[in-house]
Design a protein around this ligand. Structure first.
Ligand code: C2E
Ligand code: MG
Ligand code: MG
Length: 541
């Protein structure tokens, strides 16, 4: 006998172990994901940093370029004789206007004759061949050494008879860059390198410029590099190619690596536990019940109702049964309440009604005095479609409505209205109505007669009080008095012992009984055998 729902061992005890493995695996997976996420986030920041760094370089480069051109233009507007004291004074005055030009000079026959800083040179300084000639006619020298005097090295730009010496401070105070960041400032097509930044030899700079951008640079594989190229627009185009050789997670310290691994592991583990709980919930009793209803996996057993005087079966009560693969046998006391809570009861009732009518059809059609009782919930009574559904089925099977008894249980005072309204409709259509579990609800005498029920079923707690000293035994006497005056069939539930039957028969000779003394609930096929072997109990004369 199964009296209550018990979770099966396989479902209950094996799950936590599975969850451990899942948590461990997910921890590892979480670590990989965390590392990848951190890697990608760092790369994003690195790209932004490289861009910002390149922009700063370009900005300074452009400013120096602009100042050199402006200073040369201004120098050429001098009204004075080249390198005359007035001319030199003119150049000196103009120097104040430029942040990145540290000297301006005059050229005569390819040699420097005077500068604002050094005045008229005692010895003219011959200029070497320029490094680059721009399309608009400017000559550019990179690292011009010992000019205008010994020990001075600077970049210079010249046009016609004037030359501007670019300050070393142009690229000073750029944003602080870690040692793995390097950049190259070049002409538009990278054919001329103005300057390199960071730890980069000339050869490495040339190779960097030749390299194409790696589309898979983001893969967390050591040795990959991010490379960005940025150029100015307008008349003077200069470009910066910047690179970061310590990509993403390879650029951070071991402490951070450890932190990421721990967080990733915890995150993965927690996620997996949450998923496992979600899976457990998906496998919850309520979820399994819904599946069982949808797949019509519930079945019905039938328990005979006996006319106690004769011992003859007058009908059966249909009782829903559910054997779940995962949870085993689940008691209707559990799953009916669950279905009511989860709003699945209407579907469940329809399923049980359909199965009952097709199981019992032959007995009902062949014996017009045979009854089938079906349990309903309060929620079924408030479903306006329910009665139509029953009418349809009854017609299909050719069953008389009088042969169906609907058992309803009053569980709260609020149920009374719904019950009395619906019973009237059921009765009008010819169905019978039974008040189940009488004595456990809120019923009083006046309400009982207003209900128009055809039958009341005295709850088994009273039957089982027979022969004891309990309060229920006292109440039982009251119940016998009450039913004496009622024109209803009376059914005693839960008769397990002969003395219970004797006691009932003595006080209520027309009573109907139901209980293990006669038969437990059985499958539909068994009912046929019981009908043949009746009377189930010897007649009490
Ligand atoms: P119920 O309608 O009062 O049904 C009688 C209960 O008493 C059944 O329990 C039956 O197996 C049990 N029973 C019968 N004879 C004896 C006996 O001699 N001794 C004892 N101790 N018990 C006996 P079951 O099948 O576990 O059903 C429990 C309750 O679940 C039912 O009480 C009914 O309220 C509900 N139920 C069952 N099937 C359905 C259904 O299809 N729809 C609805 N709404 N409720 C149902
Ligand atoms: Mg019942
Ligand atoms: Mg009952």
């Amino acid at each position: 006998m199964h009296s209550a729902f018990q979770p099966t061992a396989s479902s209950f005890f094996s799950l936590p172990k599975k969850m451990h493995w899942m948590a461990l695996l997910s921890g590892l997976l979480g670590t990989v994901i965390a590392i990848s996420v951190v890697h990608v986030v760092i790369i994003k920041h690195e790209r932004e940093f490289l861009r910002g760094y390149s922009e700063a370089i370009l900005n300074r480069g452009l400013q120096a370029n602009k100042e050199s051109r402006l200073s040369l233009k201004f120098a050429q507007q001098s009204q004075f004789e080249q390198c005359s004291p007035e001319d030199i004074e003119y150049l000196r005055e103009s120097l104040w206007n430029y942040d990145f030009i540290h000297d301006i000079g005059r050229i005569k026959n390819g040699a420097i004759e005077c500068t604002a800083g050094w005045g008229l040179l005692a010895e003219q300084k011959k200029l070497p061949h320029f490094s680059e000639l721009t399309p608009d006619g400017y000559q550019f020298w990179k690292r011009l050494k010992d000019i205008p005097t010994e020990g001075i090295t600077s970049n210079a730009i010249a046009r016609r008879n004037s030359i501007a010496f670019v300050s070393h401070y142009v690229f000073k105070n750029l944003p602080h860059n870690p040692e793995f960041i390097a950049a190259v400032l070049t002409t538009k097509h990278s054919d001329y390198i103005y300057k390199t930044f960071g730890d980069l030899t000339k050869q490495q700079a040339i190779e960097l410029l030749k390299k194409k951008e790696d589309p898979f640079f983001w893969l967390p594989v050591k040795g990959r590099q991010i490379q960005t190229q940025l150029c100015t627009q307008g008349s003077t185009v200069i470009c910066t190619t910047a690179t970061d050789s310590q990509l993403g997670i390879f650029g951070i310290s071991n402490t951070y690596h450890a932190i990421i691994i721990v967080i990733g592991f915890l995150f993965g583990g927690i996620l997996s536990l949450l998923l496992s709980f979600a899976r457990l919930r998906k496998n919850s009793l309520g979820a399994r019940l819904k599946q069982a209803i949808d797949k019509k996996l519930l079945h019905v057993q039938y328990q005979p109702k006996i006319q106690l005087q004769s011992g003859m079966i007058i009908g059966v009560e249909a009782l829903a049964r559910w054997n779940d693969e995962e949870y085993g046998y689940v008691s209707p006391d559990v799953f009916i309440a669950l279905a009511e809570q989860n709003n699945q009861i209407k579907e469940l009732t329809k399923l049980i009604v359909s199965k009952t009518l097709s199981d019992m059809r032959d007995y009902l059609v062949n014996n017009k005095a045979f009854f089938v009782s079906i349990n309903l919930s309060i929620q079924d009574l408030t479903d306006s479609q329910f009665l139509l559904f029953i009418d349809d089925l009854v017609q299909q099977h050719g069953i008389r409505p009088e042969q169906l008894i609907f058992e309803i249980t009053e569980r709260s005072a609020a149920d009374q209205d719904a019950m009395s309204n619906t019973t009237k409709q059921f009765v009008k259509k010819g169905y019978q109505v039974s008040l189940d579990d009488f004595g456990t609800g809120y019923s009083n005498l006046s309400w009982l007669s207003a209900l128009e029920a055809d039958e009341i079923k005295i709850d088994k707690m009273f039957t089982q009080a027979i022969g004891t000293d309990s309060i229920n035994q006292n109440m039982l006497n009251g119940i016998f008095q009450l039913i004496e005056n009622l024109k209803m069939h009376v059914v005693f539930e839960g008769i397990e012992e002969q003395r219970e039957e004797d006691y009932i028969l003595e006080r209520s000779p027309n009573a109907i009984g139901q209980g293990w003394l006669y038969s437990r609930p059985v499958l539909a096929e068994e009912i046929g055998k019981l009908l043949i072997s009746q009377p189930l109990k010897k007649t009490h004369a």
